[in-house]
Design a protein around this ligand. Structure first.
Ligand SMILES: [Zn+2]
Length: 184
């Protein structure tokens, strides 16, 4: 079983890969494992070719799989689609770990450096050496740069890292029983 946050992450991942329609398809797949592409198209009021394109796109990043079956009435081959839960969770965990690493690096940089800034959002914050080179004038707007008080930023980074760590722990614990079952 996927955790709620894993479901939401998968939906967001699908949105990144194939836009809003892909997100809708993913949501449906999560709630109805084994759904056939024609049913998806009908339910979401989409063109079945478009649905297939999205399914293959999502399949190409390894978070879906399908089973081939035969339609009982028509005898035609049909594709039943599923979320590859184990892979999906692994994918989410490794991505969250990468994000956490990046945030930790940023946190270390913020804690151990003094930045200089003009105060306008989107304008660069420079380290002392760089700020000297620019004579403490913002390279974008030329206003003078002051030491940036980054306590709030540091606090926000710490909170975000904590959240991710908590989410990672939950996901790992949710996975553990499954792994144990398979080992038996
Ligand atoms: Zn500026």
């Amino acid at each position: 079983m996927l955790l709620i946050m894993e479901k939401e992450t998968l939906v967001e991942l699908a949105r990144l890969v194939g836009g809003d329609d892909a997100a809708k398809v993913m949501r449906l797949l999560i709630s109805k494992p084994g759904v056939v592409d024609e049913q998806i198209a009908k339910k979401l009021n989409m063109d079945v070719r478009e649905v297939r394109k999205l399914l293959h796109k999502l399949n190409s990043i390894g978070i879906l799989y399908y089973e081939l079956a035969r339609d009982k009435k028509t005898g035609h081959r049909i594709f039943k689609w599923y979320v590859q839960e184990e892979q999906a969770t692994g994918f989410i965990i490794s991505n969250m770990q990468k994000i956490k690493e990046r945030l930790l690096e940023k946190l270390r940089a913020e804690e151990s450096n003094q930045f200089y800034w003009c105060g306008t959002l989107g304008h660069p914050r420079l380290l002392f050496d760089q700020a000297i080179e620019h004579l403490f004038k913002c390279p974008v707007c030329k206003k003078s740069m002051e030491p940036h008080e980054n306590k709030d930023l540091i606090e926000a980074l710490r909170r975000r890292i904590e959240e991710i760590e908590k989410a990672l722990t939950e996901m790992m614990e949710a996975r553990r029983p499954e792994v144990a079952e398979k080992a038996e």
